[in-house]
Design a protein around this ligand. Structure first.
Ligand SMILES: Cc1cc2nc3c(=O)[nH]c(=O)nc-3n(C[C@H](O)[C@H](O)[C@H](O)COP(=O)(O)O)c2cc1C
Length: 275
């Protein structure tokens, strides 16, 4: 089995890299072949929004490191990815990569990464300042179809301080072992959403909604505690069927619609060009 580690922090041998490496050590102990890359060693340019990857099913036309990273993800059987929390979100380089992932999320029906196991790691400095970092990492993994077996939230501030947290180190090492042994069950904190296990919900028209997984439910009081009961969580945004439907219903028809409106849009946009 080949396991790839991806580090989303610029700090070499900082907290994120240490935990990715600890997970890889666990995988290696079970005979896996492991590799590691730092996102900051690659140039990742912004997505140009051309949609060629979706409409034509072609690889991205931008020549930079993103395609190399995705092809390494395809070449490996499992992924360990760590990102630090920057300003209440995952570090921007993850979002840059995520924006470039459309062709791997769904391109002419291809889902090259779907079903591969993955472990996520988020390092953060101050309890209560995690913000949207965990959901952002979940979205990256779930959109590509990875089967997430854990997302570890690791609290450490100064570079390398995580080495003193034996519990987190053990959990990461064990995740590496589990990935290779074929344990595909999610084993992290349950969270509120039963699909992504994040704790963020939206309240829309008196319904509770997970913005990551697009499932709805309502609040109930059980044993004196407020809980969320989701209806039909199996029918979430990330099922292979729903991803396919999303592309077929929402995305693919937008191409012909745009082409039919293109001349009129050009005409209406003229006044903005003349500004
Ligand atoms: C620019 C910047 C922004 C940060 N923002 C947050 C934050 O919003 N919340 C938080 O808990 N920690 C924040 N931190 C702390 C890092 O998440 C923390 O130090 C982490 O362990 C860094 O991992 P590393 O050593 O792998 O780079 C920030 C650090 C930097 C450099």
């Amino acid at each position: 089995m080949r396991v790839l580690g991806i580090v989303g922090s610029f700090r070499k041998f900082g907290n994120t890299e240490i935990l990715v490496r600890e997970t890889l050590l666990g995988a290696k102990s079970q005979g896996a072949e492991v590799s590691i890359l730092r996102l900051t060693d690659y140039t990742i340019k912004p997505c140009t929004g051309c949609m060629r990857c979706v409409f034509k099913g072609s690889k991205c036309h931008i020549e930079d490191g993103a395609e190399k990273i995705f092809s390494m993800m395809v070449d490996h059987d499992a992924l360990v990815i760590g990102v630090p929390d920057y300003i209440l979100g995952a570090s921007g380089i993850l979002k840059m990569l995520s924006d470039r992932s459309m062709g791997y999320m769904y391109s002419k029906g291809t889902r090259e990464l779907a079903g591969k196991p993955a472990v996520g790691i988020v390092t953060f400095g101050v309890k209560g300042w995690e913000g949207l970092s965990r959901p952002m990492l979940s979205i990256f993994l779930l959109s590509l179809g990875y089967r997430v077996i854990d997302i570890v939230m690791a609290n450490a501030q100064g570079p390398g301080e995580i080495v003193f947290n034996e519990d987190i180190l053990t959990r990461c090492y064990e995740n590496g072992v589990r990935i290779v042994r074929g344990d595909r069950e999610y084993r992290g904190e349950p969270g509120i959403c039963p699909v992504c296990h994040n704790n963020i919900v939206e309240i829309v028209d008196l319904k509770v909604r997970c913005p990551v997984c697009e499932i709805e439910g309502c609040m109930v009081v059980e044993d004196g505690r407020l809980k969320v009961k989701f209806n039909n969580p199996e029918n979430n945004r990330w099922t292979e069927e729903n991803i396919k439907k999303h592309y077929e219903v929402n995305v693919i028809p937008s191409g012909d619609r745009f082409l039919s409106l293109r001349e009129e849009i050009k005409e209406r946009v003229k006044k903005y060009r003349e500004l």
